[in-house]
Design a protein around this ligand. Structure first.
Ligand code: NAD
Length: 497
């Protein structure tokens, strides 16, 4: 019997037999290893109801109690991060060292949330009017829904969940159905850390579960990460139902290489950021914009490095693993076919790659196109696979024009040795996260993560200060302790004196 991954509601596995289930694969072997329950509306309602019940006391838990739980969770996660990385690799396919890296970045968000007593400090103004004081507090929004994508099954939930819980909310997480086990592992750690049952719940499933969360009147805020069409849908539906929504979408991240750049550094960065996690990262570099005359030399250096990459089972010490599913691998391969047909120059062909892994794994090797046009589908679409496109442009101005005309605005990088050029680029580029000689500029936990344009719908970025703001409502309290001499009715509008 294949193991069934169940929902986690009110501190235990939900034992109702699911009507619908999905297959979970090991992408390196192509075998089905588990099945996952797909929630019905009633399962989501049970999770939200459990969260609402737990919220009653959790929202009133002292800051000391909340930060104690966060610290304990941080210790457990740190102790068991190796196990979590193995779980991720077995369902996602990324190499174990990369999976460990994602857990480490998630840990940073837990550490940020440990400082919640400081982060939730309000303001106070003495004598705003004579003998009248004003102070502000931040209170939890209530039950929060978190919906996450397949490509970071631990890190993306950890962007949101620790902050939401630290702020006094209760959470229902709907992870990706492609790699659902990490969420249940994390749920167990929360319980062991002393989080009261029901403050963190997991429902597995597909659109049915997402729609139920978006429609549920008790859910007050939704944090979503996924592709742009779904992000837009989640934002419009959730806000239409009166919820606070932040919905992070897809990306096409450009790396601009200026003529004065260190080309070895740039080539290392293009290969690392293009093919790490098989390109299945929202901050992956998928387009290299080579400003004349660096094109020939840069492409040669990138191809030289690609020839040394090993592809295979993520547990065997390879550089790059398989894609997440056969369907996704086929979709990415069809883009390679389309690029050839459109006339781009195929410098390295990842189709038919030799791998250190199972015959039925979901393989596609690193692929490089040169002389890609902005009208080709390999450029216009988010491919989300190991396909790197080089565009050649004559000048800095034309590079900026390419980037700012692209509908996505998640991350970008400029490679240069000229500080003035880097500064100008940072100022002019319409992208939310910019790296200067840094290819994947994921902000540290005490800043916030978020793109512009079609890469984010909503006003708040993820985690950091924006996260605290998103998961709280401010309240301003105006206070007077009347002295015995005061009295009298006054119907005029209150003025400060
Ligand atoms: P996806 O949009 O297919 O799925 C994301 C989540 O939405 C999953 O939980 C899924 O079950 C659910 N979902 C899927 N289709 C739905 C529908 N029609 N209605 C309602 N819910 C639906 O994304 P994915 O393939 O899991 O993840 C890859 C995408 O996520 C890429 O586009 C990538 O760029 C993006 N991503 C963005 C960021 C970011 O920070 N901007 C981070 C990671 C991933």
């Amino acid at each position: 019997m294949t193991e069934l991954i169940r929902h986690w509601i009110a501190g235990k596995s939900a034992d109702a037999d699911p009507q619908r289930t999905g297959e979970v694969f090991d992408p390196a072997t192509g075998q089905v290893t588990k099945r996952v329950a797909f929630a019905a509306e009633s399962d989501v309602d049970a999770a939200v109801t459990a969260a609402a019940e737990a919220l009653k006391s959790w929202r009133r838990a002292s800051l000391a109690k909340r930060s104690n739980v966060l610290f304990a969770f941080r210790e457990l996660l740190n102790q068991r991060k190796g196990e979590l990385a193995e779980i991720i690799t077995a369902e996602h396919g990324k190499v174990v060292s990369d999976a460990a890296g994602e857990v480490q970045r998630g840990l940073e968000n837990v550490e940020y949330a440990c400082g919640i007593p400081n982060l939730l400090k309000g303001g106070f103004s003495e004598n705003a009017s004579t003998s009248v004081d004003v102070h502000s507090v931040r209170q939890p929004v209530g039950v929060v829904g978190v919906i996450s994508p397949f490509n970071f099954p631990a890190m993306v939930p950890l962007w949101f969940v620790p902050g939401a819980i630290a702020c006094g909310n209760a959470v229902v997480l709907k992870p990706s159905e492609k790699d659902p086990s990490a969420a249940n592992f994390i749920a167990g750690l929360w319980q062991e850390a002393g989080l009261p049952d029901g403050v963190f719940n997991v429902v597995h499933g597909d659109k049915v579960a997402v729609d139920a969360l978006l429609a549920h009147p008790v859910v007050k805020a939704v944090s979503f990460v996924g592709s742009t069409p779904v992000a837009r849908y989640v934002y419009e539906t959730g806000t239409g139902n009166g919820k606070r929504v932040q919905a992070l979408g897809g990306a096409k991240n450009h790396m601009v290489v200026l003529p004065d750049a260190d080309l070895d550094l740039a080539a290392d960065a293009a290969v690392s950021a293009g093919f790490g996690s098989a390109g299945e990262r929202c901050m992956a570099i998928s387009a290299v914009v080579a400003v004349d005359p660096v094109g020939d030399e840069l492409v040669a250096k990138i191809a030289e490095r690609m020839a040394k990459l090993s592809v295979g089972d993520g547990r065997r010490g390879c550089d790059m693993g398989p894609l997440v599913t056969a369907a996704h691998r086929d979709r990415v391969t069809s883009y390679v076919d389309a690029g050839v047909e459109a006339g781009a120059e195929l410098v390295v062909d990842g189709r038919g790659v030799r791998v250190d892994g199972g015959d039925d794994g979901f393989w596609l090797g690193p692929t490089l196109f040169d002389r890609v046009g902005t009208d080709m589908s390999i450029y216009t679409d988010e491919i989300f696979g190991p396909v790197l496109s080089v565009l050649r442009v004559p000048s800095y101005d034309s590079a900026i024009e390419v980037l700012n005309n692209n509908p996505y605005g998640n991350g970008t990088a400029v490679f240069t040795t000229n500080g003035g050029a880097a500064r100008q680029f940072s100022e002019e580029v319409e992208v939310g996260m910019v790296g200067v000689n840094v290819p994947i500029p994921v902000p540290v936990s005490y800043y916030s993560f978020g793109g512009w344009k079609d890469s984010l719908f909503g006003d708040a970025h993820a985690y950091g200060p924006d996260g605290v703001q998103f998961y709280t409502r401010t309240k301003v309290i105006t206070t007077r302790w009347p002295d015995p001499s005061h009295g009298g009715v006054n119907l005029g509008f209150p003025q400060n004196s």
